[in-house]
Design a protein around this ligand. Structure first.
Ligand code: HSE
Length: 403
């Protein structure tokens, strides 16, 4: 029997217990052994819930129990998740996590600690919920050089942008509705400002480019400034606005950013709507591969945690190698990153297009969708070059990068 513990009985932690109990027969067949949740750690009580009988409030009970081999860390946040994970790994227990904050901040260190203690630190659920993306990057794509990894990594913002597009609503209206439906948190900052996607792309870049990418180095812009009029322009030119998290090589440089982009229907991420996530990987031999599915939610995320727990049990005593070391990868200065830009400007159509040509070079005019303004898409230019031109031209209402 494989005895496991679950730290944190919130949405994902309770999902982990449910997945193990529901799919027990399958897990036993897979393992030739059954998996039993011996402890659930949480500060709260759960009267009437079957886990009440295995509930502990003291982490020491778990870390000192030699029968526990594998621990699910579904607490979220940095502390005490970091301290508990370290102590568990040092005590010879594998840890499987959904905690992207912890993996983004301490992933390389915890992977090394796991290696030094002949156990595993698995984190498939930290990016893309139930979508397999960590294992494909770490195993299936190891013969490839990853050129770019771009994803819709946040379900909440994708849901908001999808409803804005389909219903012509403003950001605030959809956010409020999403909060009422429980799709967005009461404090939505981490999602709508792009911080959640930033941590997830830091994890993917660290793995894809093999060195530690510090999430604090990643340029991050959320979706709060996107308006119904921006969406109208996007619809009129057959594009969609998506919050993309991206890491890409450009010669010796690696650029990483999170920002809203306009993408057209040829882009495979165009059809990733509602709460779904999608991750597009461009690699040098295979070309494009796409990973799609439920990037959040109790059971999809818990499923990935439990798959990691099964893998940890399967590899007891042997550490799986991850292509992610502690050496810091210096993310290139964003001001040199090249993009096209959608620009909305005050003025008549003639005035705006004349300014566009004068300050931004050859531009693609867009159909007008609002009075007193017009819009165009620039050619590819460096971020700094664009900012300079926009400042000189004046009258810019909004700008969104175009892929
Ligand atoms: N708030 C996150 C999202 C949850 O909306 O995608 C999963 O990390």
């Amino acid at each position: 029997m494989i005895q496991v513990a679950v730290m944190g009985y919130g949405t994902v932690g309770s999902g982990v217990v449910e997945v193990i109990n529901t799919n027990a027969a399958g897990i036993e067949r897979e393992q030739k052994d059954d998996m039993k949740v011996k402890y659930v750690l949480d500060l709260r009580e759960f009267p009437g819930d079957p886990v009440q009988s295995i509930l502990v409030h003291d982490f020491d009970v778990i870390v000192n129990d030699s029968e526990v081999d594998v621990i699910a860390e579904t607490m979220g946040g940095l502390h005490p998740a970091y301290e508990y994970t370290k102590r568990a790994l040092e005590a010879g227990k594998s840890v499987c996590t959904s905690n992207k904050e912890l993996v983004a901040a301490y992933g390389a260190e915890l992977l090394e600690l796991a290696k030094n203690n002949d156990v595993n630190y698995f984190y498939e659920a930290s990016v893309g919920g139930g979508i397999p993306i960590i294992r494909p990057l770490n195993y299936a794509l190891t013969a490839e050089i990853i050129e770019e990894i771009t994803g819709i990594l946040n379900g909440t913002t994708n849901y908001i942008l999808t409803r804005m597009k389909n219903e012509g609503l403003e950001f605030d209206e959809v956010l409020k509705a999403a909060q009422e439906l429980g799709y967005a948190e009461k404090n939505p900052e981490a999602d709508v400002e792009g911080y959640d996607a930033c941590r997830k792309i830091a994890i993917l870049c660290s793995l894809a480019f093999c060195h530690q990418v510090d999430y604090k180095d990643i340029y991050t812009e959320g979706i709060t400034k996107i308006t119904a009029t921006d969406i109208k322009y996007a619809n009129a030119c057959g594009r969609s606005i998506k919050l993309l998290a991206s890491g890409k090589r450009d010669g010796e440089d690696v650029y990483a950013m999170v920002a809203p982009f306009m993408i057209d229907a040829q882009n495979p991420l165009y059809m990733v709507n509602d709460v779904y996530n999608g991750i597009l990987v461009k690699s040098n031999m295979l070309g494009d591969t796409m990973y799609y599915g439920r990037g959040a939610g109790k059971l999809p995320t818990a499923s990935a945690v439990v798959a990691d727990m099964i893998d940890a049990a399967r590899h007891k005593g042997a550490t799986e190698k991850f292509l992610w070391d502690k050496k810091k990868l210096e993310v290139a200065d964003m001001s040199h990153c090249r993009n096209r830009f959608f620009v909305r400007m005050e003025g008549t159509r003639e005035e705006v297009l004349a300014k566009g040509a004068a300050y931004f070079g050859k531009v693609e005019p867009l159909a007008s969708v609002a009075a007193g303004e017009a819009a165009f898409i620039t050619g590819e230019m460096e971020e700094a070059e664009f900012e300079e031109a926009a400042k000189k031209a004046g009258g810019v209402i909004n700008r969104i990068r175009v892929k």
